[in-house]
Design a protein around this ligand. Structure first.
Ligand SMILES: Cc1cc2nc3c(=O)[nH]c(=O)nc-3n(C[C@H](O)[C@H](O)[C@H](O)COP(=O)(O)OP(=O)(O)OC[C@H]3O[C@@H](n4cnc5c(N)ncnc54)[C@H](O)[C@@H]3O)c2cc1C
Length: 285
């Protein structure tokens, strides 16, 4: 099938883009970034936007930069930009490890980090990263600029706090301290498929004990999130098999696992237990 007819707008600046969005949002005007989710949906006529605001020619959105505290990722930064560390330290290494698990290489050369956050698939790896690391989303509109914390941003399956006339211009990830350890694990039946469950963990060691634990789980619930019960099971403990298993069990018990055509809630809960344990076992820097 071919998409329904639409008008494509090609702004050159963010100001121009949000002006057009404000005019066309009411007619289901949408931002077009990498097109790796939107175009297939349009081809199946599951979406019939009358207007597309193509942001690919906006040079200022291709920026990726660190000020030593925060990594800023512009809306045109592709998944493939992260194949090699974009910043020194654990964050660059973490993003490189995660990027390789997103879809397939050609999709990674087009799809964008911010497009994934805007699309908000529950199993999106970048959404998990944003939730686990407490990212800040920077939304622009003709009304101004709005900063949205990750905990307030994800609103359910493919639902976010963005309004229809807002452009997600940038995502900001805090740089973890250099001694931060991290582990990532996801389960899917075929390489390149969306994860059926995924976990991202980070922590530091102080006098041999875990501090600042973060346990993010994605793909299991409507939105990725940090699991406080699993983090509590880690903090203050020496890392090891017993503690990792206790944290994994806490995560499995805490999630309200989704059911779908592939899995039961019980099976998905088992997957959460497995991916959290494996992420912890492989945690390194
Ligand atoms: C076969 C296949 C396998 C895939 N596997 C995975 C996977 O394993 N993991 C994964 O995470 N993703 C996967 N994807 C999706 C892919 O990562 C997409 O690139 C991503 O979901 C959306 O990014 P995009 O830049 O292509 O956005 P687009 O497709 O251009 O847009 C997606 C949606 O977000 C909106 N949007 C995009 N950018 C912005 C913005 N800056 N501001 C406001 N709204 C915006 C659009 O209007 C649209 O509604 C897969 C895709 C395919 C086709």
């Amino acid at each position: 099938m071919k998409p329904a007819p639409f008008i494509r707008h090609v702004p050159r600046t963010v100001a121009e883009a949000v002006k057009i969005l404000a005019e066309v949002a009411a007619q289901d005007g949408r931002v077009l970034a990498g097109g790796q989710s939107l175009v297939p949906i349009m081809a199946f006529r599951l979406a019939k936007p009358a207007h597309l605001v193509d942001i690919n020619e906006i040079g200022e959105l291709g920026r990726i930069a660190s000020d030593g505290k925060v990594l800023s990722i512009g809306a045109n930064v592709r998944h493939a930009a992260f194949h090699k560390p974009v910043v020194e330290g654990p964050l660059g290494a973490l993003l490189a490890q995660v990027a390789r698990r997103i879809a397939h290489y050609p999709i990674r050369t087009r799809g964008t980090f911010c497009g994934s956050l805007a699309h908000a698939d529950p199993a999106s790896e970048w959404c998990l990263v944003a939730a686990a690391l407490d990212a800040t989303m920077v939304a622009h509109s003709t009304r101004g600029v709005r900063l949205i914390a990750a905990k307030d941003y994800f609103k359910g399956i493919m639902a976010t706090a963005l309004t229809e006339d807002e452009l997600l211009a940038e995502a900001r990830l805090p740089l973890p301290p250099p001694d931060t350890k991290f582990g990532f694990n996801e389960f899917n039946r075929r390489a390149g498929d969306f994860a059926m469950a995924a976990a991202l963990v980070t922590y530091r060691l102080q006098d041999g004990k875990i501090v600042d634990a973060r346990v993010g789980v994605g793909g299991a619930e409507a939105s990725p999130r940090r699991i406080a019960q699993a983090e509590a099971a880690l903090n203050g403990q020496a890392p090891g098999d017993k503690v990792f298993r206790a944290a994994a069990e806490a995560a499995a018990q805490a999630v309200e696992a989704m059911e779908d055509h592939q899995t039961t809630a019980d099976y998905r809960r088992d997957l959460v237990r497995a991916v959290v344990r494996r992420a912890l076992e492989h945690s390194t820097q």
